[in-house]
Design a protein around this ligand. Structure first.
Ligand code: 5GP
Length: 209
């Protein structure tokens, strides 16, 4: 019997203040954790160069997104910088029920809503090594005007205040270390007694001829 058929999958939620570097962590983390798949969110923001529909996001029109809200298809959604972002519920429910582990990369409030929907979700909060580093990362992108940068920086302070509602806090300084740290959390969570007792029960039922 496969391990996954014994237990529910893990909902691993990667979040943290704006600009902390969630995007940079996502791909190497998925590469380092075979068995962990990404939950693909829906959004109404325009596609950026290099992004693919159905891979990075499901890119929807505002009308289609609002219709999906009315059909209660999102387990959480938010308006962020004037665009909708939401986590489709059917895919996540099905995968987790089948014992597959899912990575959600979402902003702070959405992450807490995922926990309301899936109380056994594991919430990881990324923090910058310092606010100075965060400011440099935000302004280093060079894609926003100074007012927008300042507004995002102020938002980051407010978002940091939610950290106490998370399960883990990881400092995102060196990327490799961050990935190792989150991977360690993922592996430890997989081994938790409440997730793994079904495996022991299976072992106990095994008879050697
Ligand atoms: P971006 O436009 O840079 O891809 O994402 C903007 C913000 O929206 C990021 O903080 C990202 O993590 C967040 N986000 C992405 N998908 C979702 C989602 O499904 N729900 C929520 N609440 N936030 C999301």
């Amino acid at each position: 019997m496969s391990e996954s058929s014994n237990k529910r999958g893990i909902a691993l939620v990667l979040s943290g203040p704006s600009g902390v570097g969630k995007d940079a962590v996502r791909e190497p983390l998925l590469a380092a954790c075979p068995g962990l798949r990404q939950s693909i969110s829906a959004t109404t923001r325009p596609m950026r160069p290099g992004e693919r529909d159905g891979v990075d996001y499901h890119f929807l029109t505002k009308e289609d997104f609002e219709a999906a809200i009315r059909r209660e298809e999102f387990l959480e959604y938010t308006l962020y910088n004037g665009n909708y972002y939401g986590t489709p519920a059917p895919f996540a429910k099905k995968e987790l029920d089948e014992g597959k582990d899912l990575l959600f990369k979402i902003e702070v409030q959405g992450a807490l809503n995922v926990k309301r929907f899936f109380p056994d979700a594991v919430l990881v909060f990324l923090v910058p090594p310092s606010m100075e580093v965060l400011w440099k990362r935000m302004t280093g992108r060079g894609t926003e005007d100074p007012e927008t940068q300042k507004a995002r920086f102020r938002t980051a302070y407010r978002e940091l205040e939610f950290a106490s509602q998370y399960d883990y806090i990881v400092t995102n300084g060196d990327l490799n270390e961050t990935v190792e740290h989150v991977r360690a959390i993922y592996l430890a969570e997989k081994a938790r007694i409440d997730r793994s007792m079904a495996l022991v029960k299976t072992l106990l039922q095994e008879e050697i001829q």
